[in-house]
Design a protein around this ligand. Structure first.
Ligand code: ADP
Ligand code: MG
Length: 308
């Protein structure tokens, strides 16, 4: 399949209690990509994912998975996607092997097409194949959830906060596997996270959602370009008549006798900015930096959007 693995149009979800969790989402996810869905807690990420997975019913809108309309072709669209949920929902009396077999059964995978051993090996649970799930550590349970998401050989794999609260070893194992599935099997990967570095490391493209709406969607490179915006705020001994200027640095006056110098940290260092100030004959009384973190970007993007 070329084009988009997932197409979402005007997707809305209002929960029974009246909470409007998704307020009209339009989103396409390219086939073969590793796509990051970012947003603060409560943004609506899990709601969106659970709708894709068929675990939560949408209120309105259209969802296509691998070209299959979720309402008109529910079976095909469900078969095309595998989801590793955020919650650890495992039957405590099933062994990992049972859990995989039962899941495969639920998806109608014929016995001859089941790959339980291969999956157990991939998630590093061969040794625990026949142990009760309740004897597994938290990390092992997470790995088993990944395995369960893969039993029906989905085209699209969705991971909901796979690394929230997991140790570094498990994180690396997860990312290794995810990269391999993407590279070797062309699997389209969607992951949610609220760790920016994770998205930066893993994802080709990113959508940021906040309060049930997409506030940004771009290649990781472009989006992070916005994030490396830094500002050096200086308090000069005396305010100069003209502000210093140089390519890539923009200066403006702030209240309280301050000058704000904005630049991109990927292109210019703070040292260069200070050198410019020094060169302009400005004596610095005080200096501090301001840096865009993800929270700022959320705020900024939400603000811009509500104005538009
Ligand atoms: P995220 O995964 O981004 O943290 P969620 O999709 O879990 O966000 O939640 C989005 C909003 O919907 C939150 O305000 C949350 O409290 C609410 N919500 C989530 N699940 C339910 C539910 N089953 N019933 C009512 N409200 C819910
Ligand atoms: Mg969530």
């Amino acid at each position: 399949m070329t084009g988009d693995a997932i197409r979402i149009e005007a997707l809305r979800k209002t929960y029974a209690g009246g909470k409007e969790a998704l307020k009209g989402i339009d989103l396409t996810i390219p086939t073969g990509s590793i796509f990051g869905l970012l947003g603060p807690n409560g943004a609506g990420k899990s709601t969106l994912i659970n709708i894709l997975a068929g675990l939560v019913n949408k209120t309105s809108g259209k969802v296509d998975i691998w070209g299959w309309d979720q309402d008109r072709n529910p079976r095909q669209s469900r078969a095309a996607i595998g989801v590793m949920p955020q919650e650890l929902n495992l039957d405590p009396f099933f062994s990992p092997r049972d859990a995989l077999e039962v899941q495969a059964g639920l998806y109608g995978v014929p016995k001859r097409d089941r790959r339980s051993d291969e999956i157990l090996e991939m998630i590093g649970l061969e040794d625990k194949a026949d142990a009760y799930a309740r004897t597994l550590s938290g990390g092992m349970r997470r790995r088993l959830l990944l395995g369960k998401a893969l039993v029906h050989h989905p085209r699209v794999l969705v991971l909901d906060e796979p690394t929230a609260g997991v140790d570094i070893e498990l994180r690396q194992m997860l990312w290794r596997n995810v990269r391999r599935l993407n590279r070797e099997r062309g699997m389209t990967i969607i992951l949610t996270t609220h760790y920016l570095e994770e998205a930066e490391e893993m994802c080709d493209e990113i959508a940021i959602i906040n309060q049930g709406a997409v506030v940004a969607r771009d290649s990781t490179r472009n989006l992070l370009g916005q994030l490396d915006a830094k500002t050096l705020v200086i308090e000069p001994e005396t305010m100069p008549g003209t502000l210093p200027s140089a390519p890539g640095i923009s200066a403006e006056r702030r209240g309280g006798g301050l000058i704000a110098l904005s630049y991109r940290s990927s292109q210019i260092s703070a040292g260069d900015v200070l050198a410019l100030v020094h060169h302009a004959g400005i004596v610095i009384r005080d200096v501090r930096t301001e840096q865009a973190d993800l929270e700022d970007v959320f705020l900024e993007l939400t603000r811009t959007r509500s104005v538009a």
